[in-house]
Design a protein. Structure first.
Length: 278
């Protein structure tokens, strides 16, 4: 079945101001992402941590998140569309780079950026956006970042202010119409599973806390942000991205404990995934 084609005339994206409204409910209850990594220290931009964490029912929670990944991921043929040039990898790179630029400007949390990338990939995997219409990718990108900010940030910039150094400027009403199309495409699953969703469970399993955890948190966050820039990160389960980020940070900061924590983390993976990480 062919991917739905966006109406590229632009007319369907405009609406009267009195009917423009952002959705009040994304259709899901609660958050799948670790709030520790979803918040930013206003002075450093590094995720805030806590001194003590209660270990949740980790095994069941991780298994449930892995099952949910499918409905919070791009369609299975998404990467193939880039390989066959149906989608332009440079356009995605440009959009993701803009998310990072906006994060630096507004001091958004790392999770806001990762959610924006998730929304973008899921949308592009289900809608055919003509390459010659570069403004369409820009519009989708603004809608993705706006929705992610509404999900995670305490203070959300106005849509006219959110468009930092854009190639095109879009009226707020146009962005809101695109947000509705985005939410419809996501099936209102905006509280996406991401690599950050697994961090608390893996860290608790390793019994890491206090100053050591705070230092690891910064390193883990930066590694995950680096991963989502690369399209190839979608070849892996989000849980494996999280595990790899934690283990890379431990290898650098606590090398003598690497093997112990590797066993702790891999023990939480379902048996069907164990061969991939052994």
């Amino acid at each position: 079945m062919a991917s739905p084609r966006l109406d590229c005339s632009g007319e369907s994206l405009f609406c009267c101001e009195d009917i423009c409204a952002s959705p009040s409910d994304d259709g899901e209850q609660g958050s799948t992402n670790n709030p520790i990594f979803g918040c930013s220290d206003s002075s450093s931009g590094i995720p805030i941590t806590v001194t003590e964490m209660q270990e949740p029912h980790s095994q069941d929670a991780v298994s449930a998140l892995i099952k949910r990944e499918i409905s919070h991921s791009p369609s299975p043929d998404y990467l193939e569309k880039y390989e066959t040039k149906l989608l332009d990898e440079e356009s995605r790179h440009k959009a993701v780079s803009w998310f990072f630029k906006a994060r630096a400007f507004f001091r958004f949390s790392p999770l806001t950026v990762v959610l924006s990338v998730n929304y973008l990939d899921r949308f592009l995997s289900r809608h055919e956006v003509p390459m010659r219409k570069s403004w369409m990718i820009d519009l989708v990108s603004v809608a993705c970042l706006s929705l992610a900010a509404k999900m995670e940030e305490v203070e959300v910039p106005l849509l006219v202010d959110l468009q930092v150094a854009p190639d095109y400027f879009f009226e707020p009403c146009t962005v809101l119409r695109m947000e509705l199309l985005l939410l419809s495409t996501l099936e209102w699953r905006a509280d996406s599973v991401t690599p950050f969703s697994y961090i608390e469970y893996f860290i608790c399993k390793c019994r890491l806390s206090g100053p050591i955890y705070q230092n690891l948190a910064s390193q883990i966050t930066e590694l995950i942000l680096l991963a989502v820039k690369d399209l190839n990160f979608l070849r892996h389960h989000y849980c494996s991205i999280a595990a790899a980020a934690i283990l890379c940070a431990i290898k650098e900061m606590l090398p003598s404990l690497l093997e112990e924590h590797k066993k702790n983390i891999f023990s939480m993976f379902p048996s069907c995934l164990q061969p991939d990480y052994s």
